[in-house]
Design a protein around this ligand. Sequence first.
Ligand code: NAD
Length: 671
Amino acid sequence: MGGPVHLRMDGDVAVIVIDNPPVNAGSLSVRQGLLARLDEVAHGKARATVIIGAGKTFVAGSDIREFGAPLEDPQLPAVIAAIEALPIPVVAAIHGAALGGGFELALGCDARVATRGAVVGLPEVKLGMVPGAGGTQRLVRLVDIARAIELVCSGRRVPGPEALELGLVDAIAEGDLLTAAIAHAKTLGGFKRRLSETPVKAASATTIDAAADKAIRRGRRRPNVLAAIDLLRSADTAPFQTMLDRERAVFQELRGGEDAAALRHLFFAERQAGRVDGLGDVVPGPVRRVNVVGAGTMGAGIAVCLLNSGLAVRLVEQDDPALARGIERVEQTLAADVASGRLDPKESASRRAALGGSVELTDLGDCDVIIEAAFEDLAVKQNLFARLDAVARPDAILATNTSYLDIAAIARATGRPASVLGLHFFSPANVMKLLEVVRTPLTSDEALVTGLKLARQMGKIAIVSGLGEGFIGNRIFSAYRQQCEFMVDEGAAPQEVDAALVEFGFAMGPFAVADLSGLDIAWRTRQRLSATRDPRQRYVTIADRLCEAGRLGRKVGAGWYRYDEQGRRIVDPAVAAIISASASVRPPRAFDAAEIQRRALAAMVNEAQLVVQDGVAQRPADVDVALVHGYGFPAWEGGPLFWHSRQDPDVYAKALGQVEAATGHGFRRAD
Ligand code: NAD
């Protein structure tokens, strides 16, 4: 019996095993195999059937590679229809993951038995689609419509125990999964329990509205989120089969749409990011003991990442008061995670217990990796690395979280430059998924793959960057922000620029972002670079004037905006006055949102292309991953380079011409 789906008998129960490594994805051959085996069961003598996955998982999802082209028959709804048509009950035995099409398959069965460690869910919304094989219509027969909206629109993975509580699975297998599923199948007494024949679970209009409002806000009003809500809300307004057909039609249309194409691109880009071609055979070093030097904003956040990944962490500071502040920062973050329900109190306590502190660098002699997050100052870091070199184990890796500094210069302050690399986290470090792993020309392959291993262990999406001012993300973001400052210099108000880019889909506009991170960081960078700046380069002084006026951003209640006591952003006439006093282009002119978007994005795309062209990024897709996960670029546009690939070349060329003219001396156009 060839193919990835096998059938065997266990007494009078037919056991169908899906064996399509690595994750039993529901590809064409799996669908064909399932139909063939179901047909055999229909013609045999079994009194019940169990469907189970071989290896570590049930069907973890559909084969996403198939989604880019017309789907080949038989499609999943036909398989599920065959399960429903069987006169005997079918039980899904779930371990590992049953997600997307995998969970829809399970929902098509008469019962579901899962292991405690299993996860189930419908993540299609995250790929720009809606479930398309009955997922929305069967879900509302297990949970009420409000809960179904939450589950489908978040696309979250529901762990086994919660799935049992919600009714998504019927039982948790305490011992062997197959044994439990067979036993469960026998308790059904030969009867079918098709969800398609079960009534929809209603909820009050208020709870449904509340769930829908929240989902729409979180889902940024994307068309697939609106469509999913509509399908769930209207489940009871037409016969089951009519609703199934409607769901399938919506699914097919969205699958072929732009959001879905962009999100699929990112899906594959994220899986490829952090892989370095040619280094597959290099063995990483251990990452069991990882300590952090510098317990400020970033150091504390990095410590939380490490604690969350199950490591014991020691924070090292300059003196006791600074150490106490750092430890308090970690405690506050853990407490906030408990308050928001993300972390259970017991787990929080055990993470806190895994945190130690010290004011002696000599305590770092036992580490595999040391991550430095001290002040952003080359001399400070060089001095620190020379001392770390003296105390660290000879095979330990030394990493810096610097945002801009020359890591090779830091490495040369040690006697082990091959073991020095950058681990550039984003703030807040325990929340942001992106991690730039920066290699210098001196960094060894072993050190690089060790850094990548640590990134994976922390659940980060790592991209590899070469050296260069701002590495990948900050360099591209700087070019974008600079173009936005030029537009303000020419007459666009900061709030107009922000609004236009939020309308495009950025989580925040560049000036609101600057206020949030603090204007002083960029100010210090400009001061550092001022000595070497070519006087022919266009330089906008507005941000310097804001800083000189003490407007360092949100932390002091004023920056590009003013902030009230609740932290709300308010347009401030004082900023308009500073702009009109120091703008270099007169008279100011008006900008519309489309022009702002075109120029800001052309500047971003051009720099992104340069980053690839200069070899700082390994591949274009890495840049897309960085901007989406580190800088709030809208995921449904796929990142700047994917977005660019879908634009009209003439419109882009014109916008880039404007960027070139506005930037003037020193502008570099990508090949
Ligand atoms: P911070 O000022 O909040 O913290 C720095 C900490 O390092 C302070 O607590 C200080 O006491 C400690 N420190 C300084 N010298 C030390 C030494 N010799 N030994 C031990 N501790 C020492 O700064 P931060 O915002 O956390 O930034 C730290 C690093 O992370 C910088 O290199 C910065 O560029 C980088 N970074 C910052 C961000 C951000 O958004 N803040 C993002 C990415 C990277």
